[in-house]
Design a protein around this ligand. Structure first.
Ligand SMILES: [Zn+2]
Length: 490
């Protein structure tokens, strides 16, 4: 009962903190030691032994959460970088993740920034059996990340999934049975200048002399004492501030362990005993993850990416344009980005394709455009972008516009969130149109059908609740002809 009250308290504390600010307050929401690990550590020899030199490949399902209006997603480029870092973190442990399918995009504001209950529903409703399930969200219950043993899935924050962050590997460690090296100290502040007690929160405190390393803390004898349960920075030797064990012996905790709370600049490894336990856990408890996949060789980027169309510098007309490039050896997928800025700062389009071409109709600006692709395959995410290619866009051809419309104005500029846009247009014939608000990534956010008589028209188009930014208001007739205006929402 006490435990339940304590975790409820922690739960509400986390809620309050995450409401107050968006930065994760807590590194990881996982506490304790699994029953499986307790049993394993009583007799590791009874479990399947790890075969050194043999890489274990595990299938990963990546669920990417956004808000109800389709905003907030962690960009694909950064997901690829994070997957690259995850596999680098697990390379020495000889565990590697691969994909079997595209990222699973989910629009749900309540899951995008969730409490533990919302996260539990999210995992229950979207988890796929036979995969390691990872949910990349805006706020995982106030943490950088957590592993849910009940749902057997993990949630990580976008803000803790940078190319140099190790949260994903840390949570995968939990999923594969590893506790924190400071297990028992969670929620308790260690007093650095005092000799540590023999027990903390009912758990034996680990001593430096290894006399109780099997029973205390994480039960691994090759992870040394660590009592620090909040995020800490290491010194130049990768160690913590000085602590004192129950025998009065001073020591410093090892910041290189990914399962510790040392910050991302310090953490880089799993210990040998931790690695053995992860492999035993896979072989014993997670055989559904072992599928003998056809492993793909690394993408060969030696020759770079060679563009085919548009030719570099070529002028194309607004409307649909085919962007294509030569195949890259061993690449099965390409992440395409199109921008009007040479530094690719704001993207008109971003999409993963499994061919070597991409048909875009996002070229609405009469100015130079820039594009690049990042080749990858479902086993190799550690690839780089191609060079940035450019072509010009002009409105030389207006065949795609709606000829019946003589004038078209959208006001106000900029528009306020939640207000109405005023659309004014004049036509010389009666016809029907669909008015749509479209994001720069091509997502249709709202569509309204209108039947128009010949003459002057003023009508209101209610803005849906979208984030501030640039959108496209498109009028389309039943022949697929379009007129487009930019809309800026404040
Ligand atoms: Zn953790």
């Amino acid at each position: 009962m006490k435990k339940i009250i304590l975790s409820l308290l922690a739960f509400f504390l986390l809620l309050t903190i995450s409401d107050a600010q968006n930065q994760p307050e807590s590194y990881c929401g996982y506490h304790g030691k699994s029953e499986w690990l307790k049993k394993y550590q009583q007799n590791p020899d009874a479990y399947p032994k790890r075969k050194s030199g043999v890489i274990t490949y595990l299938p990963m399902a990546v669920h990417v959460l956004g808000r109800d209006d389709g905003t907030g997603y962690f960009p694909p480029r950064q997901i690829l970088d994070a997957l690259c870092t995850l596999n680098a973190d697990l390379e020495d442990a000889e565990i590697q993740f691969y994909l079997e399918d595209d990222f699973n995009y989910i629009d749900n504001s309540e899951w995008f920034e969730h409490d533990f209950r919302g996260g539990s529903t999210m995992m229950r409703d979207n988890r796929i059996d036979g995969f390691v399930n990872s949910f990349i969200v805006g706020d995982p219950a106030g943490n950088c990340g957590y592993y849910s043993p009940g749902r057997d899935a993990l949630a990580i924050s976008k803000s803790c999934s940078g190319i140099n962050d190790h949260t994903w590997a840390h949570e995968v460690g939990h999923l594969l049975s590893l506790p924190h090296p400071f297990v028992g100290w969670e929620g308790t502040n260690v007093v650095a200048t005092e000799t540590a007690p023999n027990t903390v929160n009912g758990n034996e405190v680990e001593k430096l002399d290894r006399s109780n390393c099997r029973n205390a803390a994480d039960g691994f004898c090759d992870t040394y004492p660590d009592y620090i349960s909040n995020r800490w920075s290491c010194n130049n030797d990768g160690e913590s501030r000085e602590l004192i064990d129950p025998n009065g012996v001073p020591f410093r905790a090892d910041g290189s362990l990914i399962m510790s709370y040392s910050n991302d600049a310090c953490a880089n490894r799993f210990s040998s005993d931790q690695t053995d336990a992860m492999h035993a856990n896979i072989q014993d408890e997670r055989q559904d993850l072992l599928k003998n996949p056809n492993i793909l060789a690394d993408v060969d980027l030696e020759n770079g990416v060679v563009p085919i169309t548009p030719a570099i510098g070529e002028a194309v007309t607004t409307g649909q344009t085919l962007i294509s490039w030569e195949p890259v050896k061993n690449a099965t997928h390409y992440y395409v980005e199109i921008s009007v800025f040479p530094n690719m700062a704001v993207l008109l389009e971003r999409k993963i394709v499994s061919t070597t071409e991409f048909l875009t109709d996002a070229l609405t600006f009469e100015r130079p455009h820039f594009w690049r692709v990042r080749p990858f395959n479902y086993f190799d995410f550690c690839t780089s972008n191609s060079d940035i290619f450019t072509f010009d866009v002009s409105s030389a051809s207006s065949t795609k516009t709606i000829k019946e419309i003589e004038s078209f104005v959208v006001a106000p500029v900029p528009a306020e969130r939640g207000s109405d846009l005023l659309i004014q247009l004049a036509t010389d014939k009666a016809f029907s149109i669909n008015a749509s608000l479209i994001s720069l990534t091509g997502q249709v956010l709202k569509t309204e059908a209108k039947d128009l008589n010949a003459g002057q028209h003023n009508f209101k188009f209610g803005l849906p609740d979208v984030a501030s930014g640039v959108y496209i208001l498109s009028l389309q007739n039943d022949k697929g002809e379009r007129l487009i205006k930019r809309v800026v929402v404040n």
